[in-house]
Design a protein around this ligand. Structure first.
Ligand code: GAR
Length: 196
């Protein structure tokens, strides 16, 4: 029997990386059970994707917390409540903060970033940055999340040729296809104990 890892996914918007995990879990490509989707955005398209797949959704509305760290504490509580073993940031556009989450999920939080980190570290539009810099090559990185924004140890990195791209949108689309494949592979590798 394949050991399935229980994952909690954090996403803020479209959720196509989240969808890749849903599909991968359903077709057996990724040995995971998606325990919960947590979002900071009540309008995130990711919510619809979760509902369609029967995945519980928890919305953490940052505006309703007086102190910023209480929102992050709530996220940690939800992840504990759903017994998440791995936390996947899939287009989560906030910075995770607070001792609790980093102590409880030490080396168990990963993020996907659409650049070859440390290039465009901390950017929320790395694909546009790459296009505007006239780069011929960019890519994606999956890394451990630490208190240093986009600075945790790199788990996986892949180069993408963007030399023929005519717009930032084309760059995004070209990298995104690779993101989906990489996301599935890395989570599956966690489940199989190839990463710890
Ligand atoms: C993805 O390209 C992801 O790498 C990026 O946001 C997009 C989310 O798309 N994340 C960051 O830039 C984090 N700094 P998705 O919602 O369709 O998965």
């Amino acid at each position: 029997m394949v050991n399935k890892i229980r994952i909690g996914v954090l996403a803020s918007g479209r959720g196509s990386n989240f969808q890749a995990l849903i599909d991968g879990a359903e077709n057996g490509e990724v040995a995971c059970n998606i325990a919960v989707l947590i979002t900071d955005n009540p309008n995130a398209q990711a919510i619809e994707r979760a509902k369609k797949a029967g995945i519980p959704v928890e919305i953490v509305n940052f505006k309703s917390f007086q102190k910023r760290e209480d929102a992050d504490k709530r996220i940690a509580e939800i992840l504990e409540q759903y017994s998440a073993e791995l936390v996947v940031l899939a287009g989560y556009m906030r910075i995770l903060r607070g001792a609790r989450i980093f102590e409880r999920f030490k080396n168990k939080i990963i993020n996907i970033h659409p650049s070859l980190l440390p290039q465009f570290k901390g950017s929320t539009n790395s694909q546009k940055d790459a296009f505007e810099a006239g780069l011929k090559e960019s890519g994606l990185t999956i890394h451990f999340v630490t208190e240093d924004l986009d600075g945790g140890a790199i788990i996986y990195q892949e180069k993408v040729d963007i030399s023929e791209c005519k717009s930032a949108e084309e760059v995004s689309a070209k990298i995104l296809v690779r993101e989906h494949a990489a996301m599935k592979k890395v989570v599956d590798n966690f489940a199989k104990g190839k990463i710890d």
